[in-house]
Ligand binder design. Structure first.
Ligand code: NIG
Ligand code: FE
Length: 400
């Protein structure tokens, strides 16, 4: 179906509306015309309307812009349940990766799956994201790791975008891991050589996993500089497992975002803020990896950096399609104030994707919103393990 071109919808009886472009509005209404927000304000001021307009009754609930998930690794096959048991028994993530498990075991399962299987698996995840209020998501490849397998995953992403209402920002992540059977320099050269084809198959972004046990700063610079020259936007997995200089590289290259950042220090946060690189925090991954270092948000707030949030949805370190859960962790684990967490999950993530048409409900923005199962956004944060979202609207069309 792909994101609807645009419908008309009147959302009535909103208990509390968070437009993100201005202060919250109590007892509000919001109108969408041709898929774009055309009016919002106190319900008492709603202009007279003519003709048949579809209506959605929010029944007094809190309405927020559709969540923007700034970082996912959505297309994969197989399970990492064995890794989980090992990690619970004390084996570190990097040790599992180094012995050919982790990412490599997902690569094997993904290569073995048919195109249709991958589309079905990924579509199910996209639907779960929509049901949890996400209306725009960045989606990475990275479990193919040959030219053809990576390009096939971009085709999977395109098929999922065409078959669901989710707005998708595709990212080529050939530089996710060096396949064990490949020479490093040779593999980096292949990733660079694949960039034009990746762009032709729909990639808008290029990412690299720059960390201990993954790609070095020099290798990631080679990939991202070539991506930038080819006209792709750039983003970087940085400071997730160790501080090896990836944050400095993201600032040097002017990447749209630096992501993960579990080992970020004050200096790194200042470098990101000064360079206008959006910091994407992925607390469900931090929790799953089991070495929680929850200082990043504090450093970023002190530096005045723009913070975004994402699920990091992937089978190994963050099997999570839910932005409401990520918002809960951002508040309860990072200590972000509720208003800042919602802002990060909407406006901040839209900035990480360099989009100004989503992540807020200002007049002219996409008519994408989530009706929460709560009358106030702070209640969503407090209410753990419950269904968070009652209805999701994309382009004026109710999708769930
Ligand atoms: O974002 N950091 C690298 N990539 C993924 C993990 C991938 C995996 O373990 O399968 C992440 O955590
Ligand atoms: Fe990631």
């Amino acid at each position: 179906m792909s994101a609807p071109a645009g419908a008309d919808l009147l959302v009535r009886n909103i208990g509390r509306l968070l437009p993100m472009t201005g202060p919250p509005v109590e007892s509000a209404a919001l109108a969408i015309q041709n898929g774009l927000v055309s009016w919002y304000g106190p319900a008492a001021d709603l202009p007279e309307r003519h003709g048949d307009v579809s209506e959605l009754d929010a029944e007094g609930a809190c309405v927020v812009p559709g969540f923007v998930d700034a970082h996912t690794h959505l297309p994969w096959a197989g399970s990492r349940r064995r890794d989980l048991e090992e990690r619970l028994a004390g084996v570190p993530y990097e040790a599992i990766l180094a012995r050919g498990g982790g990412i490599h075991s997902t690569v094997a399962a993904t290569r073995a799956a048919s195109f249709d299987e991958l589309v079905a698996l990924t579509t199910a995840r996209a639907r779960l994201m929509l049901a949890n209020g996400t209306t725009t998501a960045e989606v990475k490849t990275g479990y193919g790791l040959t030219r053809d397998d990576e390009l096939r995953l971009l085709d999977v992403v395109a098929a999922v975008a065409a078959g669901t209402a989710l707005r998708v920002e595709p990212t080529y992540l050939g530089a996710h891991a060096v396949p064990p059977d490949r020479d490093r320099a040779d593999y980096v050269a292949e990733v660079v050589a694949t960039l034009p084809a990746a762009q032709a198959r729909g990639a808008r972004w290029c990412d690299a996993f720059c960390d201990r046990g993954a790609f070095t700063v020099g290798e990631a610079r080679t990939v991202l500089a070539a991506a930038r020259d080819a006209g792709l936007g750039t983003r970087l997995h940085a400071d997730q497992l160790a501080r090896i200089g990836a944050t400095g590289l993201a600032a040097e290259l002017g990447c749209a975002s630096a992501d993960h950042l579990d080992h970020l220090d004050a200096e790194g946060a200042q470098a990101l803020a000064a360079a206008g690189v959006v910091a994407v925090l992925l607390p469900a991954c931090t929790l799953t990896i089991g070495e929680p270092t929850w200082d990043a948000a504090r450093h970023l707030r002190a530096a005045g950096a723009t913070i975004a949030l994402g699920t990091d949805c992937n089978p190994g370190t963050s099997w999570c399609e839910s932005m409401p859960y990520v918002v809960q962790l951002a508040c309860l684990a990072y200590g972000l104030p509720v208003a800042e967490a919602f802002r990060a999950a909407t406006l901040g993530s839209a900035q990480a994707l360099r989009r100004n048409d989503v992540g807020h409900l200002g007049v002219g923005a996409r008519g994408d919103l989530a009706v929460l199962e709560a009358e106030h956004e702070a209640d969503l944060v407090a209410h753990l393990g419950a269904r968070p979202v009652r209805a999701t609207v994309v382009g004026g069309v109710v999708t769930t």
